[in-house]
Design a protein around this ligand. Sequence first.
Ligand SMILES: [Zn+2]
Length: 259
Amino acid sequence: MRQVVVQWTGGIPGYGDARVDGRYAISRPGIEIVTDAGTVPQFENRSAYFLRVANSGPRFAAAYSSAQPDRAKEWTGSAWEDRGLSCGMNPVIYSAANGLVVVAKCVAPTGAQGWRYLDDATGQLVTAESTYAPKVGEPQIWEYTAWPDFRIGQGQTGVKVWSQPTGTKAFSFEALRATGQLRNIHARRVGNDVAITVVDYDQHLTTVTWATMGEILGITVPPPNPLCTRCGRPKADHLRVPLVGGGETAVCPRNVYAV
Ligand SMILES: [Zn+2]
């Protein structure tokens, strides 16, 4: 397993995307776009929204917003080129058929939610709206990317995955936390290899994780840190003292200092 972590600041998230072959691009709003091949200047020093890396080659695309309507811009590897008006969330994605960027415009079939992912099995683009919420009987994962035997997206808090042999579990890639504002989860997969991009709105970190399916499904989820009902602090923070006869116990400050 290998990770790249990019820290960013500001109110606009550090949108990013990555491919299994190691290609990645992560926005540092208002500053630059960090890629595996060095940094790229933001278009007009602004902030990329909903960045998406091409299916092959050096290109990536994003929406840029200002006082004017949003426009899709594509980095060709050497320059920014305009790809016309864009609208709404997740407006850019790359076609499997011709490798060109496809731009959503808040009309059918995407509406204002845009595109979620390219379905490897069919070669078709999947709308964000159709994967926004799980259907009854499906794994409870929101804004997901799916294969027949694997699904990944948002849980109620962290990243959540479902797989055919192991069922569902939740975790984050940043610190193996099972909580946090983890959003804009992009996943690409080629056979047994996956590249997963996650934007952490709490820590202002964008992380790409490259791993095998076995590594992803083998991640163990730490138990939640229980809170003390007396003082409200995590029990793990409490002073631990040895017990006569062996073992130890946690001492709540409220038991030491008079309440
Ligand atoms: Zn306590």
